[in-house]
Design a protein around this ligand. Structure first.
Ligand code: ADP
Length: 310
């Protein structure tokens, strides 16, 4: 079983408006509300791949119940730890070709809630074959919380695919408990190293050999329309992808994480792991709905990808 972790989920609300008027009433007809958060996008893609997946993390209040209902309706198994606070709303107002976002910071997690979650999580890890953690940590949890969770997984020899950024990722990389895989995009790679990295092979190779990444078996740098560059132990791969019609690339990285987790869980070859990840990222970019992929086009794209050892 694959376990996905979303520590700071949300109800994502989209309000499409012809024009957005300030300081007066805006009426919205076509409101969309979906269970959001990067880990839930990963979960949805894994479900579409027919993988055995359970979503976990923290949920609370009325909106937490609403997310559970959404997952139930999609037939997705879940096992969240309950918190007292209310799960957050994230609002995107789509107007005049622009997107104005209102993002709630979300509930503050108490020490007791963190402790209860870790007990729940430890039980879940026993049943998992692989885990993927996505997104930011909610307020109240220490910045090294992912590092603590990875230590629990490592004790049980369960691999972790980690997709987060900022301080929580830096603390994981500096700590003793390493994830199996990280998937920074080019911006996140630059943030980690404190400098921009050009997309030529020599520069990427040098960047991924930085001591910061010591002990992390797989580093997959996703590069949007340029595909990806990856390091697996001492091997380096360049993934070239064809040009595609893009509808909405939001969530492509989450779809990529779903592909990486699924393929590693299946014991696929390095080449197939990277192909599955990129095909799913591209399929997400071709759809309007985040975390949705049309698998009818899977094989066609798969056959067009080029993964080479560099
Ligand atoms: P993130 O969403 O984490 O920033 P990326 O934008 O790098 O991640 O997207 C992940 C993967 O999705 C890419 O490696 C690529 O395979 C695919 N992808 C994303 N954007 C595009 C695009 N504009 N054209 C083609 N493929 C894309």
């Amino acid at each position: 079983m694959i376990v996905t972790i979303t520590m700071n989920p949300s109800i994502d609300i989209s309000y499409p408006l012809e024009t957005f008027k300030l300081d007066t009433v805006n009426r919205v007809v076509d409101v969309k509300k979906t269970a959001g958060g990067k880990g839930l996008n990963v979960t949805r893609v894994l479900k579409q791949l027919a993988d055995d997946v359970t979503a976990s993390g923290l949920l609370g209040g009325f909106l937490g119940e609403s997310i559970k209902k959404d997952l139930d309706e999609a037939g997705i198994s879940h096992s969240f730890s309950q918190i007292d606070g209310e799960t957050r709303n994230c609002i995107a107002i789509l107007h005049e070709g622009k997107q104005t976002e209102i993002l709630e910071s979300g509930p503050v997690i108490s020490d007791k809630e963190a402790e209860i979650f870790l007990e729940h999580f430890t039980d879940l890890v026993k049943k998992a074959s692989i885990l993927s953690f996505s997104g930011s940590l909610p307020t109240g949890l220490p910045k090294d919380f992912y590092a603590k969770m990875i230590a629990i997984c490592n004790e049980q020899h369960k691999p972790v695919v980690l997709d987060c950024s900022g301080e929580s990722l830096k603390l994981v990389l500096k700590g003793d408990a390493k994830p199996l895989l990280i998937k920074p995009n080019t911006e996140e790679l630059a943030d980690l190293l404190g400098r921009d990295v050009s997309d030529d092979i020599a520069a990427l190779k040098a960047a991924l050999q930085d001591h910061l990444f010591d002990g992390v078996e797989w580093i997959v740098v996703s590069m949007g329309a340029k595909g990806a560059f990856a390091k697996h132990n001492d091997k380096f791969y360049r993934v070239k992808i064809p040009k595609i019609e893009v509808v909405n690339p939001v969530g492509s990285g989450d779809s990529t994480v779903a592909g990486l987790t699924s393929a590693i869980n299946n014991g696929d070859s390095d080449e197939d792991i990277l192909k599955k990840a990129n095909v799913l990222g591209m399929l997400n970019a071709q759809e309007a709905v985040t975390g949705h992929v049309n698998l009818d086009h899977y094989q066609d794209l798969f056959d067009q990808l080029d993964v080479s050892l560099v």
